[in-house]
Write a protein that binds this ligand. Structure first.
Ligand SMILES: Nc1ncnc2c1ncn2[C@@H]1O[C@H](COP(=O)(O)OP(=O)(O)OP(=O)(O)O)[C@@H](O)[C@H]1O
Length: 268
């Protein structure tokens, strides 16, 4: 079995012909636990969407190893909470890869949902309408759905936003459990202290990879400073820069090596 879960090759992702993240080269190892960090608008959510396939690359590729099944938890702000659903309905969606959307749920499935809810500290919440949940309870519910999906690759976009310390601790414990099961996990995180304490590897983005590898190395002050400079220098409506970039030659990314090249932002 290949040791690589994901491969990025000169990946550019964006919207309406404007790149939001560009020139990502590198690999994500199977069984790795990686934090994705960067300023607001640095391309973290865009990368998650590109990996899961809801956003098609403008250029380059993102390749999943054969047979890798992904579970994706978008930012809470992207969820429509007004949808009239109960906790059990939301969590059961995690079973659809196995049951199909219209499949009937068995007694076993219902037990699995209850167990997943217990595992996230929401035992007995099955019938609660989702619009009555607190932010932390909703996040726990979504983690229960991920649990049921039993995916090889887990993508979590800002799962710790607006949740209290106890919930953060519980969710981190679940992530560590998944890591122990050798699933591959990428998590968008804003709290760098949380990253330092819990994530072995980090990808630092500022519309392009600034540093990527062991967390301690990646989060060195000089990398954080460079990320800030790159981010501030980015021209929001920059055109797609591939032709210009190719004039400047390759941009292979090696894990653990700082990497950048300044064809997108106005200054570096
Ligand atoms: N649907 C969209 N249409 C057009 N532009 C978008 C869209 N989604 C994101 N963008 C732009 O792409 C850039 C990267 O956004 P993205 O959401 O990936 O950043 P982020 O790092 O996840 O930010 P945050 O920390 O604020 O969530 C931003 O300039 C954003 O305005």
């Amino acid at each position: 079995m290949t040791k690589t879960c994901l491969t990025f090759r000169d990946l550019t992702l964006g919207y309406n012909s404007h790149p939001a993240i560009h020139h990502l080269d590198g690999t994500i190892r199977r069984g790795s636990l990686t934090a994705v960090v960067g300023a607001n608008g640095s391309g973290k959510s865009t990368l998650m969407k590109g990996i899961v396939g809801v956003l098609k690359p403008m250029a380059g590729t993102v390749v999943r190893a054969p047979g890798v099944r992904a579970a994706y938890l978008p930012q809470q702000s992207e969820l429509d909470r007004s949808f009239p659903a109960r906790v059990v309905d939301l969590v059961s969606l995690g079973l659809w890869p196995r049951r199909g959307l219209l499949g009937r749920y068995t007694r076993e499935d219902r037990d699995a949902v209850s167990q997943a809810l217990m595992a996230v500290g929401l035992g007995g919440f099955e019938k609660r309408p989702i619009d009555t949940l607190s932010g932390g309870q909703l996040q726990r519910t979504l983690f229960a759905r991920v649990l049921l999906q039993d995916a090889d690759l887990i993508l979590l976009d800002e799962p710790f936003n607006a949740v209290d310390t106890k919930t953060v601790g519980d969710l981190i414990a679940l992530i560590k459990r998944w890591h122990g099961e050798e699933r591959t996990i990428l998590v968008v995180v804003h709290d760098l202290e949380l990253v330092r304490q819990n994530f072995p590897e980090t990808l630092l983005l500022a519309r392009q990879p600034i540093a990527w590898g062991e967390t301690k190395e990646t989060l060195r002050p000089e990398n954080l400073l460079r990320a800030r400079r790159f981010h501030e220098a980015w021209e929001e409506n920059a055109p797609w820069c591939e032709p210009d970039d190719h004039k400047h030659g390759g941009h292979a990314h090696d894990h653990g090596h700082d990497h950048h090249h300044g064809s997108g932002p106005r200054a570096a």
